[in-house]
Design a protein around this ligand. Sequence first.
Ligand code: DX5
Ligand code: ZN
Length: 234
Amino acid sequence: MSIKRGNPWGQFGERPLIAPSLLACDFVRVGEQIAAAADADLFHVDIMDGHFVPNLSMGPGFVKSVRAFTNRPLDVHIMVTDPAYFADRFAQAGADSITFHIEATDKPEEIIDFLHDKGLGAGISIKPATPAEAIEGIIDKVDVVLVMTVEPGYGGQTFMKDQLSKISQVRSMLPDGVRLEVDGGINPATAALAAQAGADVFVAGVNVFGSNDIDGAIKALRSAVTEARKKRSG
Ligand code: DX5
Ligand code: ZN
């Protein structure tokens, strides 16, 4: 199987994207569950360092193994205190796009340039308490803005509806072509709300991998989002 590498965001046109989060996989059946998620556009990989967030998850070895197993792009979300160091580590491990947190660095441009120089996608994320204005100066440099709809650190939390106004605000700030991703508590109902507010990339962990019909769960998200976007444009 040929493995496509590099900045994935340009290959999808404008359609909404579903990115199942591998954090919610059963880790003894990861390959089987990735194979079942045949309709996924990308796989979202949550990296936690036990410091920026109060939890630990996977490391570069996990990304390397997944990279060799699937040709879907890997959207790696690093919730870490040292994003410059880990951007390099996860780039080497096979990430196609890396999203880091504005709260973790005062030199976001350097990390974005590093990723783009390597031919990878670059994303910036904001936690629920961080205002949209925090990323104002760099939104024209990234490929994707990730608005957290839960406090980062754990899967399976409840979608924070108070983030919807921030999603609308970020959408109104974004140049054409920059993706707006939502992450945390996404299911068909909350994905529809986020889509109406302007999101176009939907991360879902428990809703997809906690289902006994993984492919059906992805398709249900896709149809909820497609319907909601029709309402937004109509
Ligand atoms: C939370 C992670 C999320 C998480 C989402 O810190 O960034 O990507 O996996 O999980 P669900 O969809 O279960 O809320
Ligand atoms: Zn995430």
